[in-house]
Design a protein around this ligand. Structure first.
Ligand code: AOF
Ligand code: ZN
Length: 333
């Protein structure tokens, strides 16, 4: 296998751990000698071993069998090995100590704690480093992680369910507008995000759980509640959950407060008032609209102000899908 094939293999196999590694990026590492793979490792679980450590620890089992010294081997890493001592040690230092002489890296880690410092450690220790191989794929695979570090704010998506006539609900009454298949789809969307944000009105009116109920293992999104009013801590929303609560004032400031946290993406599921406030701030990157063929009529509350059009906020339709009789549309800036 050549470098390209090995890198594609590491990227592809890393994807399997997307929901258990988040909010960390998925990362793959392959130890190889000439054309033979000695071992591979992945960042499987948030807070646990990084990919390189898993790969190198496995390779040690073959020392004296498949190879005599680590200097004979090369290492593929989809992401630049970290330089920092976080929840585990520094991968770059570990690679140096193990004795590798040749490293091939996909993308440079955009995390300011690393951002080129990992490569510098390797090069300062006379290791040959090649980087940039399929960096576009690594970035695409870790879209939220790269976005957050490049833009210094998490990626923000709003999800709404709308009636055919663009309405959200009747005053103070919970209505399910869309089909069961759309509701199931929302559970999968929630699984992708690092945090879910909602407002006090939605909490009081809908009593939502706001977790992701899917049939695979995942790190549940953190919860964020924006409210100016009292609420009961006994609600399902608070069960087994870590919740950040803010008063609704400067929305930009609230979002920016996550700049130095590990949260890279936030899904907003709230009512028209809060949703429009976020849209007005211009900090929303994506809007997902599930719409049904049902109409709520005159008494229904409009989703959007003025002529009830999302295009007023500068969003363009990117894709649309049919889900049962519903329509799912994705808008981006
Ligand atoms: C690597 N290899 O497999 C991953 C890396 O909190 P920690 O200590 O787990 O560090 C998380 C940060 O490390 C993460 O934000 C990213 O910059 C980098 N991820 N680095 O060398 C890996 N997952
Ligand atoms: Zn690391």
């Amino acid at each position: 296998m050549n470098y390209e094939e090995l890198m594609l293999r590491a990227i592809t196999k890393a994807e399997k751990f997307k929901f258990t590694a988040k909010p960390n990026p998925v990362v793959g590492a392959i130890v190889f000698k000439d054309n033979e793979i000695i071992s591979e490792g992945y960042h499987e679980t948030y807070g646990k071993n990084h990919a390189e450590i898993n790969a190198i620890e496995k390779a040690k089992n073959y020392l004296g069998k498949k190879f005599e010294s680590f200097s004979e081997l090369s290492l593929i890493c989809t992401l630049e090995p970290c330089s920092h001592h976080g929840k585990t040690g520094s991968c770059a230092d570990f690679i140096v100590d193990t004795g590798f002489k040749n490293i091939i890296i996909g993308a440079i880690d955009p995390n300011p704690k690393v951002a080129g410092k990992g490569i510098k450690i390797l090069q300062d220790n006379n290791i040959s480093v090649e980087f940039g191989l399929f960096e576009d794929l690594v970035e695409k695979q870790n879209k939220f992680f790269f976005y957050k570090h490049k833009n210094k704010k998490p990626y923000i998506t709003i999800k709404i369910a709308s009636s055919l006539d663009g309405k959200s609900h009747y005053n103070d009454e919970r209505v399910f507008i869309t089909s069961q298949s759309s509701l199931d789809d929302v559970q999968k969307i929630r699984a992708e995000y690092d945090a879910i944000l909602t407002g006090g009105n939605t909490l009081r009116n809908d009593n939502p759980k706001m977790n992701s109920r899917v049939d695979f293992a995942l790190n549940q999104p953190k919860k964020i509640l924006l409210t100016n009013n009292a609420y009961s801590k006994e609600l399902d929303f608070f069960k087994n959950a870590s919740v950040d609560v803010f008063k609704i004032n400067d929305l930009k400031k609230i979002i920016n407060s996550y700049q130095n946290s590990e949260i890279c993406s936030i899904l907003i599921e709230a009512g028209p008032k809060l949703v429009n406030s976020f849209l007005k701030e211009g900090i929303v990157d994506e809007l997902i609209v599930y719409s049904s063929t049902k109409k709520l009529g005159e008494k229904g509350i409009n989703w959007f102000y003025e002529d009830n059009a999302i295009e007023n906020y500068g969003f363009k339709l990117e894709s649309s899908y049919k889900i049962d009789t519903d329509l799912k549309e994705i808008f981006k800036k």
